[in-house]
Design a binder for this molecule. Structure first.
Ligand SMILES: Cc1cc2nc3c(=O)[nH]c(=O)nc-3n(C[C@H](O)[C@H](O)[C@H](O)COP(=O)(O)OP(=O)(O)OC[C@H]3O[C@@H](n4cnc5c(N)ncnc54)[C@H](O)[C@@H]3O)c2cc1C
Ligand code: FES
Length: 255
């Protein structure tokens, strides 16, 4: 059940260029949140629409959020200071499934945020993708206490392996039998990851982003087509079984 919380900001710091880590003191929200869920943040009274942001951590009664300052709302959010109060609606959406066994988390850019929460809750390794060294090393530090192994790619080759996460997947899978893949990031990346999972015949859940208004399933602004008909990303998602949202044909179903 979603509620609004008048949360005290514990910190709001820039961890890479234009990327901020916001920590709020909300034990009740931390308690009820599942990995993959999100919150709607009220930026200020000047904004009618709240902004959706993924829940990245619920450890120790605190909720952590990572956001990139991309527009007016997130720019203003980045100016909010420790001790101020922030109105937050959550926890929203469904959340990732618990598949048991060891899972692989595969993400790119800000898509790492909900996967960090999954790393806190499930036994997992992580494959992190980013554009540059600066955009992956803080994620490496965040994931380090929660995963056994991490694998990293950068688009420009400034750190770890040059290329995209999808290029590294076969190598990562050669060393371990994962029970499922959870992924979040650019749609083209998730599509590639989902195709790989289908070829390996293991479950894959993807996290969808759509522009949202109410965040509660009432306005239909976030609807997408799935094999089960129209679904609302905010209420039926943002986590979906990859086979329900991507219509590709795997190259080899039995690989
Ligand atoms: C379920 C969900 C979870 C999200 N989690 C995170 C997160 O953990 N960290 C994070 O940095 N961002 C996340 N986003 C995206 C975030 O909501 C937008 O970046 C933010 O609302 C932009 O607000 P703004 O006022 O700064 O930008 P605006 O001025 O509204 O827009 C600036 C730019 O951002 C794009 N944009 C706006 N909203 C979205 C959206 N919903 N999806 C994709 N692009 C958008 C616009 O098209 C435009 O190019 C999430 C979105 C959804 C739907
Ligand atoms: S944002 Fe209103 S129905 Fe999803």
């Amino acid at each position: 059940m979603a509620k609004t919380f008048d949360a005290v900001i514990l910190s709001n710091e820039e961890v890479a260029e234009k990327i901020f880590r916001l920590t709020v003191d909300t034990p009740e929200l931390a308690e009820i949140s599942h990995a993959g869920q999100f919150v709607q943040v009220k930026i200020s009274d000047d904004f009618t629409l709240r902004r959706p942001l993924g829940i990245a951590s619920t450890a120790n009664g605190k909720v952590k959020i990572f956001y990139r300052a991309v527009g007016r709302g997130t720019e203003i959010l980045s100016t909010r200071r420790t001790g101020e109060r922030l109105n937050i609606l959550g926890a929203l959406g469904n959340g990732y499934s618990d598949f048991g066994g060891k899972i692989l988390l595969v993400g790119g850019g800000m898509g790492m945020a909900p996967l960090l929460c999954a790393a806190e809750k499930f036994s997992a390794d992580v494959l992190i993708g980013g554009r540059t060294k600066e955009e992956v090393t803080f994620w490496q530090d965040e994931f380090r206490p929660h995963v056994e192994k991490f694998f990293i790619t950068t688009d420009d080759g400034s750190y770890a392996k040059k290329g995209f996460v999808i290029d590294l997947l076969p190598e990562v899978f050669a060393a371990e039998n994962y029970s499922a893949i959870l992924t979040c990031g650019p749609e083209i990346m998730m599509r590639g990851v989902a195709k790989f999972a289908a070829e390996k015949n293991i479950p894959c859940e993807v996290s969808f982003e759509k522009r949202m208004a109410c965040g509660l399933g009432a306005c239909l602004s976030c609807s997408i087509d799935t094999v089960d008909g129209r679904k609302k990303v905010c209420k039926d998602g943002p986590i979906f079984d990859a086979r329900k949202v991507f219509d590709y044909e795997p190259d080899n179903q039995n690989a």
